[in-house]
Ligand binder design. Sequence first.
Ligand code: OOG
Ligand code: MG
Length: 259
Amino acid sequence: MTIDHAHWAEYLLAGVDERVEVQAITKVVDELSIDDAYAIQAALLELQLARGDTLAGAKLGLTSAAKQEQMGVSEPVYGWVPAGSVLDSGDVVLDELIHPRCEPELVFLLAEDLAGPDVTAGDVLDATREVVGGIEVIDSRYEAFSFTLPDVIADNTSAARVAIGGDGVAPRDVDLTTLGCVFEVDGEVTGTATGAALLGDPAACVAMLANHLGRHGQKLEAGWLVMAGAATDARPLTAGTTATARYSHLGSVTVTGKG
Ligand code: OOG
Ligand code: MG
């Protein structure tokens, strides 16, 4: 069956625009290949860029056991970070979202391009200006936040918003695998992790993303931010909820649901 990528991109963007859940694409079509899913994701990004947004970076998802178990999907995914999704403050306007969740992220700020297919974790450290802490707000466009692997890829890996912390470290000044994160929601610790929760090494995750893009004739670019994926499970962000990610070496980042 031929998949109309532009059609499914419009379908997902309508979910974003109207703040409504849509049916998972795999509930509607007989088969959705991973290649088709990335093609829908690319078409969705095209639509966002055509509206005047720009690209701020890229992201990985489902790189930790905590996330894979929570979502029932056991493979990492790759997506895009539009500039319009980067928050200026920790306030998250809930009216603009469907059923947001928040999760801690290690964020690589790149000083140099990284072009696959042979990028290593060491190359990632060399190309990174700083690693900072962040909190990603994910907002699957699908009913009940439920999806299969190709669905979540098509939906740009649930990307919605991201808050970036101010305290960075040079990537070789700390051991990213032992860098710690305590995630708290309304003062209660909901998860703790070290960088090694991300497939053993966050820099290796970023290398995987660079190599994935390399296979599609694309690269990670200097000036971009790259999220390595959440190391704990995600928690609902509702009105008045405050979530804080406290990192060793990277200070803390807080978001609050407004609405
Ligand atoms: C998919 C997005 C996953 C992460 O950090 O694991 C992600 C989802 O859980 O909806 O961004
Ligand atoms: Mg994430």
